[in-house]
Write a protein that binds this ligand. Structure first.
Ligand code: MV4
Length: 449
């Protein structure tokens, strides 16, 4: 059994992990930069270690700093949260070499899914439906043109080392290919130090549907349905819901089974998310995330499970506390991301919180590390809270979200809160009929400065 877990993160996700530790009787160790000495995660943990100066590269992203903090505090395991080192295969390799348990998948699985071509090859071989495209990397323009002629325009050129939307270019016609291919390669080289690219058929109006999976590392795995995360701005999710409004029970069971069987076959351990584009009733795999995601609470709400507790259990070698048959989908959940950002441009808005009041009541969860008087530092991402609501059905969840947003007070900095009240008034949001381009188009019509 773990006696002590170090949380290699900050903000609301650090609190999320500390809470799970406390309920399990495990001591928690917070790490923090000098900018975060007064942060809530430091206050809430059983102990804390200062790991460096404010910039992430010298603190939350510093492998030697985190490993030293682990050895100083005598922690048995590290929970990485999301972002920072959570999908860094080299970090996990170092922990494996130091006999520190990483609460997450193996370095091999992280490496496989981090390389987008290897990830796609792996998933394809496991029977997961993929977007039609090149067989692996595309070395030159002539090959790119040949592949595009075969699958038909429009196509999208993606960086093998990319993911999350960075380093992608669309070519709508053969005439656009030269430029798109060269730009994609140059951007991939600049952003990732690796200019390998691959090509896919470009899907015009898909939804972003992601399936939550969970494995025990011993060949057993389950799925916990899907989330629809189509409402994004510049590849940042802003509103997520589960179940997906466009997915029926039969479809969920079918794609869920494919995903659970795939991760079982590779002995995957812990939480994972298999991302798909969904168009005209078909799923197309794009990427797998080998971490706990920001939006995991909507899945927790509808299945009534604690995913962090399960991550800790399987990392200790215990079985998951449920089987597929135990997982019964109940109701509907929605999460909105509260960012310290100024509309209409979403420019970061750090500063002092002069008043904070979290909403409450039935079916309301607020995950946030804010408190009255807290000063949001300018060094990290702008997520300051997540409001999650759960209702018996989607209309009830929407009404509850409107009600909870009315109770929420965050004063002193600009936030994305006003965006959500405006979105809730939209008939297409009420109806659940939106795709991955809906939000950007809506923002252009409604917020353009
Ligand atoms: C695509 C696509 C259309 N066709 N792939 C963007 C993030 C990365 N994870 C994958 N992305 C896309 N891949 C094909 N073959 C459109 C996108 C995309 C997108 C995907 C999910 C959510 C929002 C998006 C916004 C723009 C483009």
């Amino acid at each position: 059994m773990f006696q002590k877990i170090l949380i290699a993160n900050r903000g609301e996700i650090a609190l999320r992990v500390i809470r799970a530790c406390r309920e399990m009787g495990i001591r928690s160790v917070a790490v923090h930069s000098t900018a975060d000495s007064d942060a809530m995660h430091v206050r809430m943990a059983d102990e804390s270690v200062c790991i460096g100066p404010p910039p992430g590269a010298q603190s939350y992203l510093s492998i030697p700093a985190i490993v030293s903090a682990c050895e100083i505090s005598g922690a048995d395991a590290i929970h990485p949260g999301y972002g920072f080192l959570s999908e860094n295969a080299n970090f996990v390799q170092v922990l494996e070499d130091h006999d520190i348990t990483f609460i997450g998948p193996t370095s091999d699985h992280i490496r496989i899914m981090g390389d987008k071509i290897t990830a796609k090859d792996t998933m394809k071989a496991l029977g997961v439906p993929c977007v039609p495209g090149s067989d692996g990397g595309v070395p030159d323009l002539a090959t790119a043109e040949k592949v595009a002629e075969q699958i038909g325009y429009p196509v999208i050129i993606k960086a093998t080392a990319g993911g999350g939307g960075r380093g992608m270019k669309v070519a709508r016609t053969a005439a656009e290919m030269t430029r798109a291919f060269q730009t994609a390669r140059a951007e991939a080289k600049g952003a990732f130090g690796n200019d390998e690219v691959y090509i896919e058929k470009y899907l015009e109006k898909p939804r972003h549907i992601e399936v939550q999976v969970f494995g025990d590392g011993k060949g057993n795995a389950v799925h916990l349905g899907e989330r629809d995360c189509s409402l994004q701005r510049r590849h940042q999710k802003v509103f997520e819901e589960a179940p997906g409004p466009a997915i029926d029970a039969e479809t969920r069971a079918r794609i869920g089974k494919v995903c659970a069987e795939a991760v079982a076959r590779i002995n995957y351990i812990g939480a994972g998310t298999i991302e798909f584009l969904y168009e005209n009733g078909e799923f197309f795999f794009i990427e797998m995330n080998t971490r706990l995601q920001v939006e995991h609470p909507v899945t927790e709400a509808i299945f009534g499970v604690d995913l962090v507790r399960e991550q800790i259990r399987v990392a200790e070698g215990l079985p998951m506390s449920f089987t597929q048959d135990d997982l019964v989908l109940n109701g509907h959940a929605i999460e909105v991301r509260i960012n310290a950002e100024k509309l209409p441009n979403f420019s970061p808005c750090p500063g002092r919180i002069t008043a904070f009041h979290a909403p409450g009541g039935l079916g309301v969860r607020m995950d946030s590390a804010l408190y009255d008087g807290y000063v949001i530092p300018p060094y990290y991402d702008s997520l300051i809270g997540k409001l999650i609501v759960h209702g018996r059905d989607r209309p009830e969840a929407l009404a509850r979200l409107a009600r909870a947003l009315g109770e929420l007070i965050v004063d002193g900095v600009d936030t994305t809160i006003p965006l959500f009240s405006a979105l809730l008034a939209e008939p297409e949001i009420q109806a659940g009929s939106y795709d991955i381009h809906w939000l950007e188009r809506w923002l252009e019509r409604n917020l353009a400065a």
